[in-house]
Write a protein that binds this ligand. Structure first.
Ligand code: PRP
Ligand code: URA
Length: 208
């Protein structure tokens, strides 16, 4: 599995702001979108280009365009919605596949409750977004579903990843790429990432 911890100063700064205990819902939401956007920029740096000749202002001109690859963004409900606009900002025509999974707070087991995957998933690059990779259970369940539907090319964007989740994901899906703003220290006894961001879904939606 290719793991990229994006060290860009803007990413480091914005993620740092998100760690403040007293951050508002508005600010957390804005920053989740902004860091999601910056991770998208990094994760798409290797997309293949092809040349095309178009009718320019001064006659024919040869331009670059992204080759053939269709994209689907896959937010994992709920918290993944907080990063989705950051991806769509760069790829406004991308189709969206939604996967609903919550983590049982006692057992930490990932419980799927919704899925709506776009057609031709076998021909698309899937960009899966979720702010937190903790045990990895929710992400693994999502990727299992995408692979079962025929998806062959997957990039994962998470704001914060725990080493435990990275290890589990590597074992389950060694062929994917993951981009994160930070690999944090560890999980606590309740399965929360330390230092982490707290409950990202609650912070994005203003619940609790
Ligand atoms: C959070 C987070 C991930 C999951 C990570 O979602 O957004 O989906 O937990 O934990 P894991 O790696 O141990 O599976 P949560 O279950 O809190 O649901 P929510 O997005 O609806 O708040
Ligand atoms: N889900 C979150 O929102 N935060 C964590 O630290 C772990 C799981």
């Amino acid at each position: 599995m290719k793991v990229v911890e994006v060290k860009h100063p803007l990413v480091r700064h914005k993620l740092g702001l998100m760690r403040a205990a007293d951050i508002s819902t508005k600010r957390f939401r804005e920053l989740a979108t902004e860091v999601g956007s910056l991770l998208t920029y990094e994760a798409t740096a290797d997309l293949e280009l092809e040349q095309k000749t178009i009718d320019g202002w001064n006659g024919d001109v040869t331009v670059d365009q992204i080759k053939g690859k269709k994209v689907t963004v896959v937010p994992i409900l709920r918290a993944g919605l907080g990063m989705m606009d950051g991806v769509l900002e760069h790829m406004p025509s991308a189709r969206v596949s939604v996967v609903g999974i919550y983590r049982d707070e006692d057992t930490l087991e990932a419980i799927p409750y919704f899925e709506k995957i776009v057609h031709s998933i076998d021909e698309r690059l899937a960009i899966v977004v979720d702010p937190m990779l903790a045990t990895g259970g929710s992400m693994i369940a999502t990727l299992d579903l995408l692979v079962a539907k025929g998806c062959k090319h997957i990039k994962v964007l998470v704001l914060v990843a725990a080493p435990e989740g990275l290890k589990a994901l590597e074992e389950a899906h060694p062929n994917i790429e993951l981009y994160t703003a930070s690999i944090d220290e560890r999980l606590d006894e309740k399965g929360y990432i330390v230092p982490g961001l707290g409950d990202a879904g609650d912070k994005i939606f203003g619940t609790k």
